[in-house]
Design a protein around this ligand. Structure first.
Ligand code: NAP
Ligand code: HSE
Length: 441
């Protein structure tokens, strides 16, 4: 360590979040130092970027000599005590985090993709080197949900998490609903606001939320989860017609993450656009806001709400971890960031998960279509609670129309079998779109 009270930070990545960390330390550095008691001061001594010539949106000038394009120069700099990884992705970021841990430098990261995809390797290095990885910013932006699960709820068995944990998709759904703007325009706004991932496909295809849900489940249940076994669908298929139809029935559509422990001990983990009642508290979580409802044995139901993405909220979580890392360096009792305590565990196969459903079919508009679909559903013993064919006012005589079915609860596997059969009917023109209808109580 360069100096016990003055700790050097190597900041890998100086985009939305990285510059937010700079700004927060500039603004509140003194306060942080006072609050840490013994006056720990955190100073950014090296910054990794791709393009050192880029104009940076910081509240104070950044000395050009601390910029580098060589991550090794950052990790190996003796003036760097703690490495903050905010470049994103799973390749260079992996190299940086692994090298920092091997050099016994604590790591702070907001990179959920990295930890969900390659966390097993990194946490093993972390344990071996007795050097922690902190990752509060990786789940739900400014909401302190990692500390809650790791520390505040350490005496609880966690039964479930239900949450809205992707700000970009929640922003897009809200803007499509409120302003009636199209999906592409809403996504572009989310990117301009600094909410989206460098690859925004991860936001809209559900994988960013899945990475976060995998981390939450790993923290709560203590075993590594292979992303390959997680059922994920995103909001790309949500159309204005679905939003309107949900509204007329008293629902809103949210990209919902569900993590639930079954009595068998297996874990249900899925991410999908879902109809939830307009009256449920999660229905009013809008825009970039996230919320995570945690159900645990001792604390009961708890709800955590806040900004799930964006510069300030995410920097807030990174800075909190920096202080934790600084305290950790100053004391010998090591906190390893995450300690897997079970070697294995099972995920519930998606076919066995049960909810009600909203299914939209693209059908040829001719008499008998409803009956043909209903016959297949009846054969598979799936109950129908309603059907509807919203008319497109701009094209009332269309040959192809949307036909919506609301279906009773059944295992997803049973629905999938019925839908495979329905898709082969002449009157059905494309793969049906399925959203869950969640009964959240
Ligand atoms: P960003 O705005 O795209 O910034 C990425 C930064 O990393 C840029 O400064 C870029 O350099 C640098 N960079 C990227 N690849 C690099 C490489 N191979 N070598 C050197 N530098 C590289 O991303 P961000 O939104 O700040 O997100 C950073 C991380 O935080 C991601 O893991 C993301 O998932 C996570 N996160 C983001 C948010 C959010 O609201 N944005 C919230 C929570 C977590 P240049 O500037 O020179 O291009
Ligand atoms: N792209 C992410 C989101 C950033 O929109 O939620 C926060 O993890």
């Amino acid at each position: 360590m360069s100096n016990c009270n003055k700790l050097g930070i190597g900041l890998a990545g100086f985009g939305t979040v990285g510059s937010g960390v700079w700004n927060t330390l500039e603004k509140n550095g003194e306060l942080i130092s006072e609050r840490t008691g013994k006056g720990v001061s955190l100073g950014i001594t090296k910054i990794l970027v791709r393009d050192p010539g880029k104009t940076r949106a910081t509240t104070s000038a950044v000395p050009t000599e601390i910029l580098t394009t060589d991550w090794r120069a950052l990790v190996n700099d003796p003036a760097v005590d703690i490495v903050v990884e905010l470049i994103g992705g799973t390749t260079d970021a992996f190299e940086i985090v692994a090298a920092a841990l091997l050099a016994k430098k604590p790591v702070v990261t907001g990179n959920k993709a990295l930890l969900a995809e390659r966390g097993i390797e990194l946490f093993a290095i972390s344990r071996k080197m007795e050097t922690p990885i902190f990752f509060e910013a990786a789940i739900a932006g400014g909401i302190p949900i990692v500390k809650t699960v790791q520390d505040s709820f350490i005496g609880n068995q966690i039964h479930s998490f239900t949450g809205i944990i992707n700000g970009t998709s929640n922003y897009i759904l809200e803007q499509m609903t409120l302003r009636g703007i199209d999906y592409a325009t809403a996504l572009q706004e989310a990117q301009e606001l600094g909410y989206a991932e460098a690859d925004p496909a991860l936001d809209v295809n559900g994988w960013d939320a899945a990475h976060k849900a995998i981390l939450l489940a790993t923290l709560a249940y203590g075993f590594p989860i292979d992303p390959k076994h997680v059922h994920v669908s995103g909001i790309e298929q949500v159309r204005p017609t679905d939003i309107q139809f949900a509204k007329s029935l008293g629902y809103v559509i949210k990209l919902l993450a569900v993590v639930r422990e079954h009595e068998s001990g297996s874990i249900e983990l899925r991410i999908q656009p879902s109809f939830i009642s307009q009256k449920h508290i999660l229905a009013s979580v809008n825009g970039v806001f996230n919320a995570v409802s945690v159900n645990s044995d001792a604390a009961g139901e708890s709800l955590f709400y806040g900004r799930g993405a964006g510069q300030g909220p995410t920097a807030s979580s990174v800075v909190a971890d920096l202080v934790e890392a600084a305290r950790d360096l100053a004391h010998t009792a090591r906190h390893r960031g995450f300690l897997p305590y079970r070697e294995t565990g099972n995920l519930v196969p998606i076919e066995e998960t049960t909810t009600a459903y909203y299914v939209r079919f693209d059908v040829t508009d001719r008499p008998g279509v409803v009956a043909e679909i209903a016959t297949v559903l009846a054969k598979h013993r799936i109950g129908i609670s309603g059907t509807h064919s919203p008319i497109d006012p701009s094209n009332p005589d269309a040959e192809f129309v949307d036909m919506v079915f609301l279906l009773h609860s059944c295992p997803f596997g049973k629905l999938a079998e019925a839908l495979a059969e329905i898709e082969s009917l002449d009157c059905v023109n494309s793969t049906p779109v399925v959203f869950r209808i969640e009964n959240l109580g």
